[in-house]
Design a binder for this molecule. Sequence first.
Ligand code: UDP
Length: 325
Amino acid sequence: MKRTSAPTNAFAPPRRGGLRLLITGGAGFLGSHLAEHFLGQGHQVLVLDNFITGSFNNIKALMPHPDFAFIKQDVTDYIEVPGRLDAVFHFASPASPVDYAQYPIQTLKAGALGTHKTLGLAKDKKAIYVLASTSEVYGDPLVSPQPESYWGNVNPIGPRGVYDEAKRFAEAMAMAYQRTHKVRVRIARIFNTYGPRMRKNDGRAVPNFITQALAGKPITVYGRGRQTRSLCFVSDLVRGLDLLLHSDLATPVNIGNPDEHSIVAIARLIKKLTGSRSRIAFKPLPVDDPKVRRPDITLAVRKLRWKPAIPLEEGLKRTIDYFRG
Ligand code: UDP
């Protein structure tokens, strides 16, 4: 029963009404949006983060909130939460290909050991468990769009394997806890998501292109830019995750925006929206970079009554405003 680090501020005792939630990786891009969302709904939120890729800046504004608490800790260490816990969101992991290439072992540990730890906690507390899985479980897909029934095409030993296989393991582990221990598990296969609070240097296409366009530097498109992605604005994603928490959907569900574009088209759109005079510079395509990616969201529409609402241009404008600031 080892606590590696004391909470930076205390988690207020449970109270009636409202949920008590733990969000691992809660100082990251998605985690901090989730934390803000649930606080806004009157719930109590405990965030756990070790700041490998998360940042204190993302939660700074939440710190004074009486229903918010933060603990600086690695998710692979024993997690102690006093009192009731209604839901555990396991969102801790490097998530950009550049980040997980830089932290391969931490990525594997967050997805494997971190999933085990947080599932154990959810089991103890009889909490609902929401796993941040990923479209990367489909690898470089041979089926498009990707339905949840597709098993994927993943290279286990390539540079992306550390993330893809950790998340595939995490799904298997979550399903095992559901079957064996009756933990109420919800698995979100999250597709490319963008919005404010992405790190400028996180290496992903949207922050790279915006930062480069605003600085008048070349916009780096990998390969010929014909590979596709389907980008979901963060507020749509958070709404989908909230609906998932309150659903009884016990199998993985895709949460993403099916609006598919080539990467070079996204680069050109960002150039236009920023009014940039940057040129597009073509660079080598990273190993195992998926050629297409587009979620089939039939299940989310049917079971969660969810579909994204923010069009790409609007979401990009909001993200560009954030990056300008
Ligand atoms: N990409 C690019 N230029 C960049 C960063 C990324 O062309 O500066 C490409 C990358 O090769 C991939 C796509 O954009 O095909 C999306 O990459 P990202 O890192 O955002 O996430 P992924 O979907 O690959 O996980």
